[in-house]
Design a binder for this molecule. Structure first.
Ligand code: HAM
Length: 417
């Protein structure tokens, strides 16, 4: 047997209904807020992610699936969606026709992280971006759409954490201050953080090594280094969130794992999974679109991990079960051919219909109907076919009725018997 790649996972038929439930709800919610779908490839030139996500991030430094194709070009499986989406927007000049663009995408991402509960090497994201609008109300609305989506899907026990990581100027000043603070403890930092000290010291505050956490506990906070306009922007985001009843916690240590963020950053954290395994996260980016060759406009977006979201929903329940309308229980082998045709006739009317054409007792077929959560069963043998009348059973009430073929649709769509 050839096994699955470590850290990858199958979505089996029983789980796929939950996935369909999540993605359908997500789509409907995003469309309510005016987002339209974009589908980009799962593979891009490696350079895009280096430039977009940042050379000094864990993702680009050690988590990408990168290879040279036969032509010698370095390609990578996408570790996140934003860079690819922006590449497409810039390449097709979408912002020229629509200066404020709201788009979403749903699909697999790939990161070679150490697998654990809720951490995979292939995982799926619902990703949304608003491009070309730097109003703080747009920040609030982007958080609101993610919040509403999680509510629609029925996610529980999650909280919203927000922070402002300032603009480039604030961050430059803060970075120097942070280095000054960390310098005396440099030798006690873990090897990764010693590297981050030069490349990206903000990430040290996010390190989970106990010694680094101890050192970072008293570090200066970015919130004290925001300039007046970044502070005002953040205040307006908070006021707007308050006005629509989104409860949030300001988390001054929230620094995201990707380099492109400026000003508002946020995460959706589940009480059991904790901050290291957020359900979703995102933020504003001021220079990413321009860096990828587009106009000098800002964007904001988020990604929600479907696996982490699915883990927090119950497995069972009528919610996720796709009920079929009619199961045809076939009595005797001579009835198989006619039942095959009846099934097709009913499907053409828009009903979902199932039957089993192999040798099976009526009892066994009724078990299948139960497992498939059939709403109705019709029993069809030679006698029924000759008389043109069939017993139809409501699987919930167990009541039965005799109907002609032409009356089945009416019963199925009509009142319960
Ligand atoms: P991110 O925080 O790296 O942001 O990922 C977003 C979400 O993807 C996480 O909160 C988590 O639910 C899920 N996720 C990430 N890595 C894994 C993993 N190894 N296994 C399972 N789930 C995972 C981004 O990717 C940004 N591109 C979001 C964004 C969009 N920012 C602006 N626009």
């Amino acid at each position: 047997m050839i096994n699955l790649i470590k850290g990858f996972h199958d979505i089996l038929p029983d789980e796929s209904q939950k996935w369909a439930f999540i993605t359908n709800k997500a789509r409907r919610c995003l469309e309510r807020f005016g987002f339209r779908e974009i589908v980009t490839p799962i593979m891009e030139k490696t350079e895009l992610f280096r430039r977009g996500i940042g050379q000094a991030t864990d993702i680009v430094e050690k988590e990408m699936y990168t290879f040279d194709d036969i032509g010698g070009e370095s390609l990578s499986l996408r570790p996140e969606a934003t860079a690819g989406i922006l590449r497409s927007v810039v390449e097709h000049s979408l912002l020229r026709h629509e200066p404020i663009l709201k788009i979403f995408s749903i699909g697999p991402m790939f990161r070679r992280e150490r697998p654990s509960k809720g951490r995979f090497r292939q995982f799926f994201q619902i990703n949304a971006e608003v491009l070309g609008d730097d109003s703080p109300l747009t920040d609030a609305e982007t958080i609101l759409v993610a919040f509403s989506m999680l509510e629609d899907i029925g996610a529980k026990d999650f909280s919203v954490e927000i922070n402002s990581v300032g603009c480039r100027d604030c961050r430059d000043k803060y970075r120097s201050e942070l280095r000054r603070f960390l310098q005396p403890s440099f030798n006690r930092l873990c090897p990764d953080c010693q590297r981050r000290f030069e490349t990206n010291p903000l990430r040290i505050l996010d390190c989970k090594e106990p010694e680094c956490m101890r050192i970072g506990a008293d570090a200066p906070l970015i919130s004290d280094w925001l300039d007046a306009s970044c502070r005002d922007h953040f205040d307006q985001v908070k006021t707007a969130l308050d006005s629509v009843g989104v409860t949030y916690r300001v988390e001054p240590r929230l620094v995201r794992g990707l380099d492109y963020y400026s000003r508002t950053a946020f995460e959706f954290v589940h009480s059991q999974l904790g901050r290291t395994k957020a359900i979703g996260g995102g933020g504003r980016y001021d220079s990413l679109i321009e860096e990828l060759g587009g106009p000098n406009v800002s964007g904001i977006g988020f990604g929600i991990g479907i696996e982490r979201l699915a883990m927090n929903l119950p497995d069972e329940g009528a919610l996720f079960q796709s009920k079929i309308d009619v199961f045809i229980a076939i009595i005797g082998s001579n009835a198989r051919g006619p039942c095959f045709r009846i099934a097709n006739q009913l499907r053409k009317l828009g009903l979902s219909v199932e039957a089993r054409y192999s040798d099976m007792s009526l009892k066994a077929q009724m078990k299948v109907a139960d497992r498939l959560c059939a709403k109705w069963v019709i029993m069809v043998g030679e006698n029924e076919l000759t008389q043109g009348q069939f017993t139809i059973r409501n699987m919930k009430t167990k009541n039965q009725l005799l109907v002609e073929l032409s009356g089945i649709e009416q019963v199925v769509r009509g009142e319960e018997i």
